[in-house]
Design a protein around this ligand. Structure first.
Ligand SMILES: [Zn+2]
Length: 427
């Protein structure tokens, strides 16, 4: 554990400390943030216990306040000379937005990210190979977390599998960090070339960047292919990088950014606050507690998560999350919410008959769909189409996700592989 005294602090004590920083953060927002002065006008912001009375913040609202004079937006609180870094988002849901950080913000990001990644069990003195082309994106701050942990970091970037495998072979890193899609792609890559991935030096595979690493069937496939333990981490650009990280128990991600971020759960349709109870699920809403450059209050992450609150044997306290999918990817099939990553999880359980690759092919544009929802399911190598298998997958999807689908089995290799993030829905 990187900071045992922080990470094992009883959660109720954490909330007392957070209440204090939250009150100071609100005072700072009212003093410096034009965006929140307007948004909170006439409202009384008390302590954390009453936070659900305040409005949620949507990414689009922030984006709407940008002007040529202020390309960041009116939530910018810091002066030009206070800002040490400006990241931008990947712009998957619109034009890129800028994310400024002060030196203290950046340091907090790295601290939280280091705790999250260290939860996986990697430790000072070990080697880690990374496959992110961080470029303009917040993932760059996660790479600094590896230095903080004391790892020897071997960056190889995205899109050069030969170079990555050569580095693993020659430099013998104990860990690799990559997206779950790329980790899955490498299992196939190795199988095609008789590369002994299972026998490689890599003992831990740290996955991040997209949901999926925590889906049991998908994870089992990665662990089998790599001969390594797979744990996931997750952040959200506007709030912080790798805020969450899983420990070896693999039962949800711990909040590495505890003390820097306050966590809420809400119903995605209504925005209504939901209790943080074991097994509850909803959209993750996050609030900065000690941010300076452009702090956000009750920010809708669009990550749909399940909560775990049962004590974790590792000793870390506080709620844990497992990401079910992005609200942006969600489809509503006759009133039922369907996450493509959940479809993949159900389908993956049919291995070794299937490859684990799926593609949902909506019949109409938009979120609302009429059943049956077409799903292409890729067969394993050498498997032949089998009507009984298609029926069995369809029935399992109906039983588990309560959704009517039309399952089309497609040949091995016909769905696109990704070296970064997978697209599970055809657009
Ligand atoms: Zn744990």
């Amino acid at each position: 554990m990187l900071e045992p005294e922080v990470e094992t602090r009883p959660w109720d004590e954490q909330l007392v400390l957070d209440d204090e920083t939250y009150r100071a953060q609100i005072a700072y927002l009212l003093e410096r943030s034009a965006f929140y002065r307007e948004k909170l006008a006439g409202l009384e912001a008390a302590g954390l216990a009453d936070i659900a009375r305040l409005p949620l913040t949507e990414k689009d609202e922030l984006r709407a306040t940008r002007t040529p004079d202020n390309p960041i937006g009116t939530h910018l609180c810091a002066t030009r000379d206070e800002i040490v870094r400006i990241y931008s988002t990947s712009g998957t849901t619109g034009a890129p937005t800028y994310i400024p950080l002060t030196a203290a913000d950046l340091d907090n990001w790295v601290t939280g990210s280091a705790r999250s990644y260290a939860a996986s069990g990697i430790a000072a003195g070990q080697r880690i190979v990374s496959t992110y082309n961080a470029g303009p994106f917040v993932a760059g701050a996660a790479l600094a977390a590896f230095d903080r942990i004391g790892l020897s970091h071997i960056p190889v970037g995205t899109g050069n599998t030969e170079r990555l495998m050569a580095a693993i072979d020659a430099l013998r890193p104990e860990a690799a960090v990559l997206t779950p899609s790329y980790a899955a792609h490498l299992v196939e890559w190795a199988a095609e070339r008789d590369f002994d991935l299972r026998g490689s030096s890599v003992e831990r595979v740290l996955v991040a960047g997209e949901p999926g690493g925590g889906e049991p069937a998908f994870r089992a496939k990665l662990e089998e292919g790599w001969g390594a333990r797979v744990t996931e981490a997750m952040g959200i650009g506007d709030i912080g990088v790798s805020l969450w990280g899983e420990c070896g128990e693999q039962d949800g991600m711990h909040l590495g950014a505890r003390g820097f971020v306050h966590v809420e759960l809400t119903a995605p349709e209504t925005g209504e606050a939901l209790p943080l109870e074991d097994g509850s699920s909803g959209e993750l809403v996050l609030t900065h507690l000690q941010h300076r450059a452009a702090p956000l209050l009750r920010f809708r992450t669009r990550d749909h998560v399940e909560i775990r609150t049962a004590p974790c044997p590792c000793g870390r306290t506080g709620p844990r999350v497992r990401c079910v999918g992005r609200t942006d990817d969600m489809l509503i099939v006759r009133g039922v919410n369907v996450f493509p990553s959940a479809v993949r999880e159900v389908v993956s359980a049919f291995a070794p008959q299937v490859s684990g690759h799926i593609l949902v092919r909506p019949q109409v544009a938009g979120v609302k769909q009429e059943p049956p929802l077409p799903v292409a399911v890729e067969l394993a190598r050498d498997a032949t189409p089998d009507a009984a298998l298609a029926d069995a997958i369809r029935d399992r999807l109906r039983d588990v996700l309560v959704v009517q689908t039309r399952v089309e089995l497609v040949e091995w290799g016909s769905l696109r592989r990704s070296e970064y993030k997978s697209k599970l829905v055809e657009t």
